[in-house]
Design a protein around this ligand. Structure first.
Ligand SMILES: [Zn+2]
Length: 425
């Protein structure tokens, strides 16, 4: 039966999300870590929904649930498919939308495409990944990396959870096949692209009163550890003009980081000092050593590199003026993952059909699309969430907005079919 309206699709999405939210490893809150008993039950429920929607269901070596729909019309790409998905693992004490919405939206969209008699010239697989949040194991995006063919098998025995259980052992307990990792990868020439619907996890769409946004890229990230070294001294005896106060210098540096990030607004630049420690840390001693982290992100790589250079330049000047020494160590660097123009345009066209101007924005948070980009073109559609809250039980997205997202996903797939020259209804 077709849904009459986005509102009905939204109600269906909400009911499915509520059912998933009831599956948890912890009483009274949503916690579903990768390969846990709750992940097992959630994967089984998702598989059941996929079967009910008419898909052929399988589960790969890393526990990703895969629901396959064959092409509805013959065409030049009839052996090929789009992948649509997101993740069903959560952080500890999570909300009910992050990840799950993308899986539910994919299932509902495929069900609706069949019910409306839309014949796509390509197949579509809906994927429910299990390791996006990276909470249980020190891995990131293990399940989508396996699908993309870039999973590092050293992690099978190398990655262990807090209880000492290896990823291999956890996979076996889950029913996965650690030795079948290679078979989880899609052949590159069969995949046309990866589409993901996700809550924004930020406040921009809500501030601008827009239900949906088209993602332009998943922001690259650089992380630094900065250490400033001065001189300890007696807080009562060393005159102000003779001090080498590491914390006062660090404070100036932190404000410089903020100023540089603010100046990069057009590149959606953000910078955060989230950790700070000082020595010796006594009320009557001038701080001799300060360490802090800097997390720097932007929509594209060149402005991020330029910001790093600007930060180093300012730090040098501050250190010189205050006669302190500093070290700035870049310990993590992920390049920007661009969203393909043609998939962005398909989402924008779908939104246009629904009377929504296509606001384009960068994703400051990481997603499975980052790993999937190793396999194929990616694109993401953001859904407005309340107050930008995520990774928290107060996470909330409106059912009406979610219904619009499902409708936009249906239309985006149809638009991509038109691009193949084979779309028909
Ligand atoms: Zn997520």
């Amino acid at each position: 039966m077709t849904a009459d309206s986005p509102a009905e699709l939204g109600r269906r999405a909400q009911a499915m999300l509520d059912a998933l939210a009831a599956i948890s490893d912890e009483e009274g809150r949503i916690t579903r870590l990768y390969l846990s008993p709750a992940h097992r039950r959630a994967a089984d429920l998702v598989a059941r929904w996929m079967r009910e929607a008419g898909m052929a269901v399988s589960e790969d070596a890393l526990g990703t649930v895969r629901g396959s729909t064959p092409p509805g019309a013959p065409g030049p790409s009839s052996n090929r498919r789009y992948l649509v998905g997101s993740h069903i693992d959560t952080v500890v004490d999570a909300g009910r939308y992050d990840g799950m919405l993308g899986v539910v939206a994919g299932i509902l969209a495929l069900q609706e495409i069949a019910a409306r008699g839309i014949r796509l010239p390509f197949g579509v697989d809906v994927l429910a990944f299990g390791d996006e949040e990276g909470v249980r194991f020190p891995t990131t995006l293990a399940s989508s990396s396996a699908v993309a063919g870039v999973f590092d098998t050293a992690d099978l025995d190398g990655a262990r959870d807090a209880a000492g259980v290896s990823l291999r052992e956890a996979l076996v307990a889950f029913g996965g096949d650690p030795d079948g990792v290679a078979s989880a990868a899609y052949p590159r020439d069969e995949v046309l692209g990866y589409l993901e619907v996700h809550i924004e996890q930020g406040p921009v769409l809500e501030i601008e009163d827009r239900p949906l946004g088209v993602v332009t890229s998943i922001a690259g990230q650089s992380r630094f550890l900065v250490t400033v070294t001065g001189d300890a001294g007696h807080a009562g005896t060393v005159p102000m003009g003779h001090r080498r106060d590491a914390l006062a210098a660090g404070a100036e540096m932190i404000l410089a980081v903020e100023e540089i990030a603010r100046a990069g607004r057009e590149h959606q630049m953000v910078a955060t000092v989230g950790r700070l420690s000082l020595e010796p840390g006594a009320v009557n001693v001038i701080p001799s050593r300060v360490s802090f982290t800097v997390d720097l992100r932007a929509a594209t790589d060149p402005p991020r590199a330029a910001a790093e250079a600007a930060v180093r330049h300012r730090f040098r000047a501050i250190a010189e003026a205050r006669s302190v020494a500093f070290l700035m160590d870049r310990y993590h660097d992920t390049p920007t993952t661009p969203c393909a123009g043609r998939i962005q345009d398909a989402f924008a066209r779908a939104m246009g059909d629904l009377g929504l101007p296509a606001r384009r924005l960068t994703s400051g948070a990481g997603h499975d699309g980052h790993a999937m980009h190793a396999l194929c073109d990616i694109g993401m559609l953001f859904v407005r969430c309340r107050a930008g809250i995520s990774h928290n039980p107060n996470e909330y997205a409106d059912a009406g907005d979610m219904g619009l997202a499902v409708e936009a996903l249906i239309r985006a797939l149809t638009a991509l079919a038109d691009g193949e020259g084979e779309g028909s209804t």
